[in-house]
Design a protein around this ligand. Structure first.
Ligand code: HEM
Length: 181
C-alpha cells in the first residue's frame, strides 16, 4: 500500500492517523467522563487528569501533522455512487470533526493553564501557559469543553454509523478504503 493518498485511495499515513485519532477521541472521552467522578482519595485522582492532558496535547500535535499532510496530499474524491447530498454532508461533517476537535483541545488547554501553570506531557516536556486573562476562564473553557466533547462524540458516532450504512446497505467502498482496501 502506498504512503500517500491518490485520487481514489487513502494512503497509509492518512489511514493510520484516522484510526489513531478515532481511538484517542473515544478513549479521552471515556477517561474524561470517568475521572470527573473520582474521589479525592482515589489513586487516580491526579494521575487520570495528567494522562488525559498529556494524551490530549499529543493528539493536538498529531492533528496538526494530519492537517499538514492533508494539505500536501488531498484526500481521494467521493465515490461515483455518492449523490450531491451525501457529498455535501460528508464535506461538512468532516469539517465539523476537524474544527470541533481543535476547539475541544484548545478549550482543554485553556482550562488547565488558566492559573498560569504549564502542562507537563508525561514528564517529558512542558507546554507553557499563554492565555490566562479571560474572565472566568476555567469555568467558561470547562463548559465549552464538556458540551463540545459530548457533541463531538455523538457526531463521531453518527459518522461511524454512516460509514456502516455505506458498507452494509449501499455496499460501496467507503469504509473499506479507510482500511486501505
Ligand atoms: C469507529 C469509528 C469510525 C469509523 C467507522 C469511521 C469511518 C470513516 C470513514 C469510512 C471515512 C472515509 C470517508 C470517505 O472516504 O468519504 C472517515 C473519514 C473521516 N473520519 Fe472517521 N470514522 C470513525 C471515527 C472517527 C472519529 C472519532 C473521528 C474524529 C473525531 C473521525 C474523523 C474523520 C475525518 C475528519 C474524516 C475525513 C478524512 C479526510 O478525508 O480528511 N472519524 N471515517
Amino acid at each position: 500500500m502506498q504512503w500517500r493518498n491518490s485520487p481514489s485511495r487513502y494512503g497509509l499515513v492518512s489511514i493510520m492517523a484516522h484510526w489513531l485519532v478515532a481511538v484517542a477521541v473515544f478513549g479521552l472521552f471515556g477517561l474524561g467522563y470517568w475521572m470527573v467522578g473520582l474521589d479525592y482519595y482515589s489513586g487516580w485522582y491526579k494521575r487520570a487528569p495528567d494522562l488525559h492532558k498529556s494524551v490530549g496535547l499529543l493528539l493536538f500535535a498529531l492533528m496538526l501533522g494530519r492537517m499538514l499532510w492533508r494539505w500536501l496530499n488531498p484526500p481521494p474524491a467521493s465515490l461515483p455512487n455518492h449523490g450531491q447530498l451525501t457529498r455535501l454532508g460528508s464535506k461538512f461533517g468532516h469539517a465539523f470533526l476537524y474544527f470541533g476537535l481543535f476547539v475541544l483541545m484548545l478549550s482543554g488547554y485553556l482550562i488547565s493553564t488558566a492559573e498560569g501553570r504549564g502542562i507537563a506531557v508525561f514528564g517529558w516536556f512542558e507546554v507553557p501557559a499563554t492565555i490566562t486573562g479571560i474572565p472566568n476562564q476555567e469555568d467558561l473553557a470547562g463548559l465549552v469543553h464538556e458540551y463540545l466533547a459530548w457533541a463531538l462524540v455523538i457526531f463521531a458516532g453518527i459518522h461511524a454509523l454512516a460509514a456502516l450504512k455505506h458498507h452494509f446497505i449501499d455496499r460501496d467502498r467507503t469504509l473499506l478504503r479507510m482500511f486501505g482496501r
